[in-house]
Design a binder for this molecule. Structure first.
Ligand code: HEM
Length: 375
């Protein structure tokens, strides 16, 4: 990547004032128009169901119990068909191998051309979150383990509209690193998205395995943006999160935008949708939010510029006292937000993965592109 962009990005990230902060997105927009319409450059929708089913059937015979070592290298003995295959290939990926996957994803994130605000980061983060956010702590079903959004039965859920774009991007990475499981690939893409957009380091472990269509989750497990605080609590408590964690997770809406052809909603939450900041909280508290007058689903617009948006579920965070306390804390202290965001994202991405499956007991952190360039 261009060193100028990279050093620009890190200085932009450190700029203290949100309004004065020149982001990578605005830097880019001096070259190309700031797109409000989605100009999707959609990679083909992956319809590999039959392929996965065949691989799955071929591998299911290899299922057996295994344990992972807690060393820096990955599995010692294979547990699933997938791991059995790796063992047969005598290939045990190390941290360096995963760093290579990270680097490839980072390249793809930047290679977005005129797509949205010039980055695939936000849509990749949304993929990682939707793959993990289906977890149900009672039945221990769902979560990031089996990457069941590969199957049409889950990909077709309304909440997942548009995520074929993200799956298509990482599919190109999978071609080069075919040994990585989809669950690991998608969550690692979420980690890379956050770090490459100037967010905190996200500790990450490998070990997810590819599941089968039967593991796909029923529709309705992801949040419905038109609802309020009760709904948020029932959805996120089901995953095992508390009020503080719900607010910390929601800070991800500093990034990206809504698309009328995906969710029906429209617009970005912040002025810097490709940089991780605590601006989401500041804007929630400091701007006056009014119902947008338009022929679409109910959403808020900022009164001052009318260019930003909040979903009913976002606004619920300042309507509910227990949530609002955390909105205030994160608005006042970006370092606190980064710390809590890192911890809660790491927890989110591990939902649904049995402890015995992890390749290492201690998580890894990966170098961001700008750290590697400065070496
Ligand atoms: C609190 C409940 C949540 C609701 C109701 C919600 C809802 C939505 C909706 C409606 C969109 C727009 C999709 C589109 O039209 O493209 C969206 C986008 C997004 N969401 Fe959420 N979300 C929630 C939580 C989260 C969490 C926990 C994360 C990550 C940790 C997240 C990350 C994102 C990102 C990065 C985008 C932008 C995607 C893009 O630009 O393509 N959201 N969300």
């Amino acid at each position: 990547m261009n060193t100028l962009v990279s050093s620009f990005r890190s200085s932009a990230r450190r700029a203290p004032l949100a309004s004065a902060r020149i982001t990578k997105a605005s830097f880019r927009s001096s070259f190309r128009k700031y797109s409000t319409e989605s100009t999707e450059a959609p990679p083909p929708k992956s319809s590999n169901t039959a392929l996965y089913a065949t691989i799955g059937l071929a591998l299911v015979g290899g299922l057996g119990y295994y344990t992972y070592s807690s060393s820096d290298t990955a599995a010692t003995t294979a547990k699933s068909g997938v791991q059995a295959t790796k063992a047969a290939l005598k290939f045990t990926p190390t941290k360096d191998d995963y760093q290579k996957v990270y680097n490839k994803i980072a390249q793809k994130i930047d290679d977005a051309g005129d797509y949205d605000d010039g980055s695939f980061g936000p849509v990749l983060l949304r993929l990682a979150w939707h793959s993990a956010g289906t977890f149900d702590k009672e039945s221990k079903t769902g979560g990031s383990n089996y990457a069941t959004m590969r199957f049409d039965s889950e990909a077709s859920h309304g909440a997942n509209n548009g995520l074929h774009i993200a799956r298509g991007i990482v599919e190109q990475v999978k071609k080069e690193f075919d040994w990585i499981s989809y669950g690991d690939l998608w969550t690692l893409a979420g980690v890379a998205a956050i770090q490459e957009m100037g967010g905190p380091k996200i500790p990450w472990r490998s070990g997810r395995i590819d599941g089968f269509a039967k593991d796909a989750t029923p529709d309705g497990r992801l949040p419905d943006a038109s609802q309020a605080h009760d709904h948020l609590r029932s959805i996120f408590y089901r995953m095992g999160f508390n009020d503080q964690e719900i607010v910390a997770l929601s800070g991800a809406h500093a990034l990206g935008r809504c698309h009328t052809d995906r969710s029906g909603f429209e617009g970005p939450w912040t002025f810097s949708p490709t940089t991780v900041t605590n601006d989401y909280y500041k804007l929630l508290l400091n701007e006056k939010w009014v119902w947008r007058k338009w022929n679409g689903p109910k959403q808020y617009a900022d009164k001052k510029t009318g260019t930003l948006m909040m979903l009913p579920t976002d606004y619920a965070l300042v309507q509910d006292k227990a949530f609002k306390k955390w909105v205030q804390a994160y608005a006042a202290d970006e370092a606190l937000f980064f710390k809590d965001f890192s911890a809660v994202i790491a927890k989110l991405f591990e939902l649904g993965v049995p402890e015995a499956q992890w390749a290492t007991s201690e998580p890894w952190t990966f170098k961001s592109s700008n750290e590697q360039e400065s070496n």
